[in-house]
Design a protein around this ligand. Structure first.
Ligand SMILES: *Cc1c(COP(=O)(O)O)cnc(C)c1O
Length: 384
Protein backbone atom coordinates (compact mmCIF):
# COMPACT_ATOMS: atom_id res chain seq x y z
CA UNK A 1 0.00 0.00 0.00
CA UNK A 2 1.39 3.40 -0.94
CA UNK A 3 2.64 5.51 1.95
CA UNK A 4 1.98 9.22 2.34
CA UNK A 5 5.50 10.12 1.28
CA UNK A 6 8.46 8.67 -0.61
CA UNK A 7 12.22 8.99 -0.18
CA UNK A 8 14.13 8.99 -3.45
CA UNK A 9 17.76 7.82 -3.42
CA UNK A 10 19.89 9.12 -6.27
CA UNK A 11 22.17 6.50 -7.75
CA UNK A 12 24.29 8.99 -9.67
CA UNK A 13 24.76 11.08 -6.50
CA UNK A 14 25.97 8.03 -4.55
CA UNK A 15 28.47 7.13 -7.25
CA UNK A 16 29.67 10.69 -7.60
CA UNK A 17 30.17 11.07 -3.82
CA UNK A 18 32.04 7.78 -3.48
CA UNK A 19 34.29 8.72 -6.39
CA UNK A 20 35.01 12.08 -4.78
CA UNK A 21 35.88 10.48 -1.43
CA UNK A 22 38.09 7.85 -3.05
CA UNK A 23 39.93 10.54 -4.97
CA UNK A 24 40.66 12.37 -1.71
CA UNK A 25 41.99 9.18 -0.13
CA UNK A 26 44.24 8.02 -2.94
CA UNK A 27 45.24 4.40 -3.39
CA UNK A 28 46.78 3.67 0.01
CA UNK A 29 43.71 4.18 2.15
CA UNK A 30 40.70 1.89 2.07
CA UNK A 31 37.17 3.19 2.45
CA UNK A 32 34.66 1.51 4.70
CA UNK A 33 31.15 2.80 4.13
CA UNK A 34 29.38 3.46 7.43
CA UNK A 35 25.76 2.39 7.13
CA UNK A 36 24.58 2.28 10.75
CA UNK A 37 21.12 3.61 11.59
CA UNK A 38 19.60 2.27 8.38
CA UNK A 39 22.33 3.87 6.27
CA UNK A 40 21.71 7.25 7.94
CA UNK A 41 18.06 6.94 7.02
CA UNK A 42 18.73 6.18 3.37
CA UNK A 43 17.68 2.54 3.75
CA UNK A 44 20.16 -0.34 4.00
CA UNK A 45 18.46 -2.45 1.32
CA UNK A 46 18.37 0.40 -1.14
CA UNK A 47 21.72 1.91 -0.36
CA UNK A 48 24.11 -1.08 -0.12
CA UNK A 49 23.84 -2.21 -3.78
CA UNK A 50 24.46 1.35 -5.01
CA UNK A 51 27.65 1.72 -2.99
CA UNK A 52 28.80 -1.68 -4.16
CA UNK A 53 28.25 -0.50 -7.73
CA UNK A 54 30.61 2.37 -6.93
CA UNK A 55 33.28 -0.18 -5.99
CA UNK A 56 33.01 -0.27 -2.19
CA UNK A 57 33.50 -3.72 -0.62
CA UNK A 58 33.54 -2.93 3.10
CA UNK A 59 30.66 -1.76 5.32
CA UNK A 60 30.55 -0.67 8.93
CA UNK A 61 27.58 -0.81 11.25
CA UNK A 62 26.95 -0.22 14.94
CA UNK A 63 25.43 -3.51 16.01
CA UNK A 64 25.12 -7.18 15.11
CA UNK A 65 21.47 -6.82 14.10
CA UNK A 66 22.45 -4.14 11.59
CA UNK A 67 25.27 -6.37 10.35
CA UNK A 68 22.68 -9.09 9.78
CA UNK A 69 20.61 -6.74 7.59
CA UNK A 70 23.66 -5.83 5.52
CA UNK A 71 24.68 -9.48 5.34
CA UNK A 72 21.38 -10.30 3.66
CA UNK A 73 21.78 -7.80 0.83
CA UNK A 74 25.52 -7.53 0.23
CA UNK A 75 27.63 -9.30 -2.38
CA UNK A 76 29.35 -12.46 -1.10
CA UNK A 77 32.83 -10.90 -1.30
CA UNK A 78 31.86 -7.74 0.62
CA UNK A 79 33.09 -7.44 4.23
CA UNK A 80 31.18 -6.17 7.25
CA UNK A 81 32.54 -4.62 10.44
CA UNK A 82 30.57 -4.13 13.68
CA UNK A 83 31.86 -1.08 15.56
CA UNK A 84 29.67 -1.37 18.64
CA UNK A 85 27.21 -3.74 20.21
CA UNK A 86 26.90 -7.48 19.91
CA UNK A 87 25.97 -9.90 22.67
CA UNK A 88 28.46 -12.48 23.93
CA UNK A 89 26.50 -15.53 22.85
CA UNK A 90 24.40 -15.96 19.71
CA UNK A 91 25.55 -12.80 18.01
CA UNK A 92 29.21 -13.35 18.71
CA UNK A 93 28.95 -16.94 17.47
CA UNK A 94 27.12 -15.76 14.35
CA UNK A 95 29.82 -13.15 13.68
CA UNK A 96 32.67 -15.67 13.99
CA UNK A 97 30.82 -18.25 11.91
CA UNK A 98 30.14 -15.80 9.09
CA UNK A 99 33.42 -13.92 8.99
CA UNK A 100 32.00 -10.66 10.35
CA UNK A 101 34.72 -8.33 11.63
CA UNK A 102 34.10 -6.57 14.90
CA UNK A 103 35.55 -4.13 17.42
CA UNK A 104 36.84 -5.51 20.71
CA UNK A 105 36.82 -3.00 23.58
CA UNK A 106 36.23 -5.35 26.54
CA UNK A 107 38.57 -8.07 27.84
CA UNK A 108 35.50 -10.22 28.47
CA UNK A 109 34.92 -10.43 24.72
CA UNK A 110 38.37 -11.91 24.15
CA UNK A 111 37.78 -14.54 26.82
CA UNK A 112 34.46 -15.43 25.23
CA UNK A 113 36.15 -15.82 21.86
CA UNK A 114 38.68 -18.22 23.37
CA UNK A 115 35.76 -20.38 24.47
CA UNK A 116 33.67 -20.05 21.30
CA UNK A 117 36.07 -19.99 18.36
CA UNK A 118 37.42 -23.55 18.82
CA UNK A 119 33.86 -24.90 18.87
CA UNK A 120 33.03 -23.05 15.67
CA UNK A 121 36.32 -23.99 14.11
CA UNK A 122 37.00 -20.48 12.75
CA UNK A 123 39.09 -17.59 14.02
CA UNK A 124 37.48 -14.32 15.12
CA UNK A 125 38.21 -11.34 12.87
CA UNK A 126 38.87 -8.61 15.40
CA UNK A 127 39.68 -4.92 15.48
CA UNK A 128 41.13 -3.81 18.80
CA UNK A 129 39.61 -0.45 19.68
CA UNK A 130 41.92 1.52 21.92
CA UNK A 131 41.17 4.44 24.21
CA UNK A 132 42.94 7.63 23.18
CA UNK A 133 40.83 10.33 24.80
CA UNK A 134 37.24 10.07 23.62
CA UNK A 135 36.44 8.12 26.79
CA UNK A 136 33.65 6.07 25.36
CA UNK A 137 34.45 2.51 24.27
CA UNK A 138 38.12 1.61 23.80
CA UNK A 139 40.64 -0.53 25.70
CA UNK A 140 42.78 1.35 28.16
CA UNK A 141 46.42 0.45 28.54
CA UNK A 142 45.95 -2.24 31.17
CA UNK A 143 43.11 -3.97 29.34
CA UNK A 144 45.03 -3.77 26.09
CA UNK A 145 47.99 -5.54 27.70
CA UNK A 146 45.70 -8.27 29.03
CA UNK A 147 44.03 -8.69 25.64
CA UNK A 148 47.33 -8.84 23.77
CA UNK A 149 48.54 -11.51 26.16
CA UNK A 150 45.51 -13.69 25.46
CA UNK A 151 45.82 -13.18 21.71
CA UNK A 152 49.49 -14.15 21.72
CA UNK A 153 48.66 -17.26 23.69
CA UNK A 154 45.94 -18.30 21.20
CA UNK A 155 47.19 -17.13 17.81
CA UNK A 156 45.01 -19.53 15.83
CA UNK A 157 41.79 -18.15 17.31
CA UNK A 158 42.27 -14.56 16.15
CA UNK A 159 42.93 -12.61 13.01
CA UNK A 160 43.97 -9.10 13.96
CA UNK A 161 42.08 -7.21 11.26
CA UNK A 162 42.59 -3.82 12.79
CA UNK A 163 43.80 -1.49 15.48
CA UNK A 164 41.56 1.52 15.79
CA UNK A 165 40.29 4.44 17.80
CA UNK A 166 37.63 7.12 17.43
CA UNK A 167 38.21 10.87 17.65
CA UNK A 168 36.14 13.12 19.86
CA UNK A 169 35.03 15.91 17.58
CA UNK A 170 37.31 16.34 14.56
CA UNK A 171 34.51 18.37 12.94
CA UNK A 172 35.35 21.45 15.01
CA UNK A 173 38.59 23.38 15.17
CA UNK A 174 37.75 24.07 18.82
CA UNK A 175 38.75 20.46 19.54
CA UNK A 176 42.07 20.70 17.71
CA UNK A 177 44.27 20.20 20.76
CA UNK A 178 42.26 17.25 21.98
CA UNK A 179 42.33 15.62 18.53
CA UNK A 180 46.10 16.10 18.21
CA UNK A 181 46.56 14.51 21.60
CA UNK A 182 44.47 11.54 20.54
CA UNK A 183 46.45 11.11 17.33
CA UNK A 184 49.72 11.20 19.29
CA UNK A 185 48.46 8.58 21.75
CA UNK A 186 47.29 6.37 18.92
CA UNK A 187 50.67 6.56 17.23
CA UNK A 188 52.34 5.47 20.45
CA UNK A 189 50.00 2.52 20.81
CA UNK A 190 50.71 1.45 17.22
CA UNK A 191 54.40 1.41 18.04
CA UNK A 192 53.83 -0.53 21.24
CA UNK A 193 51.83 -3.14 19.32
CA UNK A 194 54.69 -3.57 16.89
CA UNK A 195 57.04 -4.27 19.81
CA UNK A 196 54.57 -6.93 20.92
CA UNK A 197 54.93 -8.55 17.53
CA UNK A 198 51.30 -7.91 16.61
CA UNK A 199 50.76 -6.20 13.30
CA UNK A 200 47.16 -5.21 12.56
CA UNK A 201 46.03 -5.58 8.96
CA UNK A 202 44.47 -2.10 9.07
CA UNK A 203 45.07 0.88 11.30
CA UNK A 204 42.04 3.18 11.28
CA UNK A 205 41.04 6.31 13.14
CA UNK A 206 39.20 8.78 10.93
CA UNK A 207 35.53 9.31 10.28
CA UNK A 208 34.32 11.85 7.69
CA UNK A 209 35.56 14.96 9.47
CA UNK A 210 39.06 13.71 10.28
CA UNK A 211 39.44 12.13 6.84
CA UNK A 212 38.89 15.56 5.28
CA UNK A 213 40.62 17.77 7.83
CA UNK A 214 43.49 15.66 9.21
CA UNK A 215 45.16 13.72 6.36
CA UNK A 216 47.59 12.20 8.88
CA UNK A 217 44.65 10.44 10.50
CA UNK A 218 43.80 8.43 7.40
CA UNK A 219 46.21 5.55 7.97
CA UNK A 220 45.12 2.35 6.15
CA UNK A 221 41.36 2.85 6.26
CA UNK A 222 38.77 5.55 6.95
CA UNK A 223 35.27 5.00 8.25
CA UNK A 224 33.12 7.40 6.28
CA UNK A 225 29.46 7.96 7.07
CA UNK A 226 27.88 11.34 6.53
CA UNK A 227 30.05 12.47 3.57
CA UNK A 228 28.94 9.67 1.28
CA UNK A 229 25.33 10.77 1.71
CA UNK A 230 26.33 14.20 0.45
CA UNK A 231 26.49 16.07 3.75
CA UNK A 232 29.45 17.69 5.47
CA UNK A 233 30.00 16.76 9.11
CA UNK A 234 29.92 20.46 9.96
CA UNK A 235 30.02 23.84 8.25
CA UNK A 236 33.61 24.19 9.45
CA UNK A 237 34.73 21.03 7.67
CA UNK A 238 33.19 22.29 4.44
CA UNK A 239 34.71 25.75 4.73
CA UNK A 240 38.15 24.33 5.50
CA UNK A 241 37.93 22.17 2.42
CA UNK A 242 36.57 24.79 0.05
CA UNK A 243 38.88 27.58 1.19
CA UNK A 244 41.83 25.67 -0.27
CA UNK A 245 40.13 25.13 -3.64
CA UNK A 246 39.78 27.37 -6.63
CA UNK A 247 36.46 25.79 -7.58
CA UNK A 248 34.09 27.02 -4.88
CA UNK A 249 31.31 24.58 -5.60
CA UNK A 250 30.35 21.86 -3.16
CA UNK A 251 31.80 18.62 -4.62
CA UNK A 252 29.20 16.50 -2.80
CA UNK A 253 25.72 15.73 -4.04
CA UNK A 254 22.77 15.07 -1.75
CA UNK A 255 21.52 11.54 -2.19
CA UNK A 256 18.13 11.93 -0.59
CA UNK A 257 14.96 13.58 -1.85
CA UNK A 258 11.83 13.38 0.27
CA UNK A 259 8.54 14.11 -1.41
CA UNK A 260 4.81 13.89 -0.94
CA UNK A 261 1.63 15.42 -2.41
CA UNK A 262 -0.92 18.03 -1.43
CA UNK A 263 -3.99 16.40 0.13
CA UNK A 264 -6.24 19.44 0.49
CA UNK A 265 -6.35 23.12 -0.43
CA UNK A 266 -8.56 25.81 1.05
CA UNK A 267 -8.98 29.48 1.83
CA UNK A 268 -8.63 30.96 5.29
CA UNK A 269 -10.04 34.39 6.15
CA UNK A 270 -7.97 37.15 7.70
CA UNK A 271 -7.99 36.91 11.51
CA UNK A 272 -8.52 33.12 11.64
CA UNK A 273 -6.10 30.83 13.49
CA UNK A 274 -4.56 27.91 11.60
CA UNK A 275 -3.89 24.43 13.05
CA UNK A 276 -4.05 23.60 16.79
CA UNK A 277 -3.96 26.45 19.24
CA UNK A 278 -3.10 30.02 18.48
CA UNK A 279 0.48 29.86 17.24
CA UNK A 280 -0.51 31.13 13.80
CA UNK A 281 -3.04 33.79 12.88
CA UNK A 282 -3.79 34.74 9.27
CA UNK A 283 -2.84 38.40 9.02
CA UNK A 284 -4.52 38.55 5.62
CA UNK A 285 -6.72 36.24 3.55
CA UNK A 286 -4.70 33.08 2.92
CA UNK A 287 -4.68 29.98 0.75
CA UNK A 288 -3.31 26.92 2.53
CA UNK A 289 -2.18 23.48 1.41
CA UNK A 290 -2.51 20.53 3.77
CA UNK A 291 0.33 18.01 3.39
CA UNK A 292 0.13 14.41 4.73
CA UNK A 293 3.43 14.41 6.61
CA UNK A 294 3.80 15.21 10.30
CA UNK A 295 6.08 14.55 13.25
CA UNK A 296 5.23 10.84 13.30
CA UNK A 297 6.78 10.69 9.82
CA UNK A 298 9.99 12.35 10.96
CA UNK A 299 9.04 15.97 10.21
CA UNK A 300 9.98 17.57 13.50
CA UNK A 301 7.41 19.53 15.48
CA UNK A 302 10.12 22.11 16.11
CA UNK A 303 9.61 23.15 12.48
CA UNK A 304 6.18 24.53 13.33
CA UNK A 305 5.87 28.03 11.84
CA UNK A 306 9.47 27.67 10.64
CA UNK A 307 9.90 24.88 8.12
CA UNK A 308 9.96 25.42 4.37
CA UNK A 309 8.70 23.08 1.66
CA UNK A 310 8.76 23.33 -2.14
CA UNK A 311 5.58 23.54 -4.16
CA UNK A 312 5.61 24.41 -7.88
CA UNK A 313 9.34 24.98 -7.57
CA UNK A 314 8.85 27.69 -4.98
CA UNK A 315 9.76 27.83 -1.33
CA UNK A 316 6.75 28.20 0.98
CA UNK A 317 6.43 28.42 4.75
CA UNK A 318 4.98 25.84 7.12
CA UNK A 319 2.36 27.66 9.18
CA UNK A 320 0.92 26.66 12.53
CA UNK A 321 1.97 23.63 14.55
CA UNK A 322 3.19 20.53 12.76
CA UNK A 323 0.67 17.80 13.63
CA UNK A 324 1.22 14.08 14.08
CA UNK A 325 0.32 13.27 10.46
CA UNK A 326 -0.03 16.61 8.70
CA UNK A 327 1.51 19.98 8.17
CA UNK A 328 0.09 23.09 6.58
CA UNK A 329 1.87 25.26 4.04
CA UNK A 330 1.06 28.83 3.01
CA UNK A 331 0.50 28.83 -0.77
CA UNK A 332 -1.21 32.22 -1.00
CA UNK A 333 1.44 33.58 -3.36
CA UNK A 334 1.75 30.49 -5.57
CA UNK A 335 -0.52 30.39 -8.62
CA UNK A 336 -2.16 27.27 -10.08
CA UNK A 337 -1.64 24.82 -7.25
CA UNK A 338 -3.86 21.72 -7.28
CA UNK A 339 -4.58 18.88 -4.90
CA UNK A 340 -2.13 16.06 -5.77
CA UNK A 341 0.70 18.41 -6.73
CA UNK A 342 4.15 17.35 -5.59
CA UNK A 343 5.53 18.75 -2.33
CA UNK A 344 9.26 18.43 -1.63
CA UNK A 345 10.27 18.28 2.03
CA UNK A 346 14.00 17.68 1.42
CA UNK A 347 15.80 18.07 -1.88
CA UNK A 348 15.33 19.79 -5.19
CA UNK A 349 12.24 20.86 -7.11
CA UNK A 350 12.75 23.03 -10.18
CA UNK A 351 15.48 25.52 -9.34
CA UNK A 352 14.95 25.45 -5.58
CA UNK A 353 16.36 23.15 -2.93
CA UNK A 354 15.51 22.43 0.68
CA UNK A 355 18.70 21.35 2.40
CA UNK A 356 18.61 19.25 5.52
CA UNK A 357 20.64 21.97 7.20
CA UNK A 358 18.01 24.58 6.41
CA UNK A 359 15.63 22.70 8.67
CA UNK A 360 17.05 24.99 11.29
CA UNK A 361 20.35 26.34 12.53
CA UNK A 362 19.85 24.57 15.84
CA UNK A 363 22.95 22.40 15.83
CA UNK A 364 25.65 20.99 13.59
CA UNK A 365 24.46 17.51 14.45
CA UNK A 366 21.03 18.17 13.04
CA UNK A 367 21.92 16.55 9.72
CA UNK A 368 22.75 13.30 11.45
CA UNK A 369 19.75 13.37 13.72
CA UNK A 370 17.15 14.29 11.17
CA UNK A 371 18.34 11.73 8.63
CA UNK A 372 18.54 8.84 11.04
CA UNK A 373 15.10 9.59 12.41
CA UNK A 374 13.41 9.19 9.03
CA UNK A 375 11.05 6.31 9.71
CA UNK A 376 11.89 2.85 8.39
CA UNK A 377 8.50 2.46 6.77
CA UNK A 378 8.75 5.35 4.33
CA UNK A 379 9.56 3.65 1.01
CA UNK A 380 13.04 4.29 -0.41
CA UNK A 381 13.16 4.21 -4.20
CA UNK A 382 16.20 4.46 -6.45
CA UNK A 383 16.18 7.17 -9.10
CA UNK A 384 18.97 8.18 -11.41
C1 LIG B 1 29.44 6.79 13.06
C2 LIG B 1 30.87 6.46 13.11
C3 LIG B 1 31.71 6.83 12.05
C4 LIG B 1 31.24 7.66 10.87
O1 LIG B 1 31.06 9.01 11.24
P1 LIG B 1 30.74 10.14 10.14
O2 LIG B 1 30.93 11.42 10.86
O3 LIG B 1 29.31 9.95 9.74
O4 LIG B 1 31.67 9.94 9.02
C5 LIG B 1 33.03 6.40 12.12
N1 LIG B 1 33.50 5.68 13.16
C6 LIG B 1 32.72 5.33 14.20
C7 LIG B 1 33.29 4.53 15.32
C8 LIG B 1 31.38 5.72 14.21
O5 LIG B 1 30.61 5.38 15.25
Amino acid sequence: MAKTSVIEISKSAVISNINFIKKQLGNDTKLTSVVKANAYGHGIKTYIPLVELAGVDHFSVFSADEAFEVYNVKRPETDIMVMGWMDDDDQLAWAIENGIEFFVFETMKIRRIVELAPKIGKPALIHLEVETGMNRTGLNQKSLQAVVKIIRKNPSLFVLKGLCTHLAGAESIANHVRVQKQLARYKKICKWMTYQGLVPAKRHVASSAAAMTYPASRYDMVRVGILQYGFWPSAETFIQYISKKEEKQDPLRRVIRWKTRIMSIKKVKQGEFVSYGTSYIAHEDKVIAVVPVGYSHGYSRSLSNQGRVLINGQRVVVIGLVNMNMLIADITKIPDVKVGDEVVLIGRQGDSTITVASFGEFSDQLNYELLTRLPLNIPRVVVN
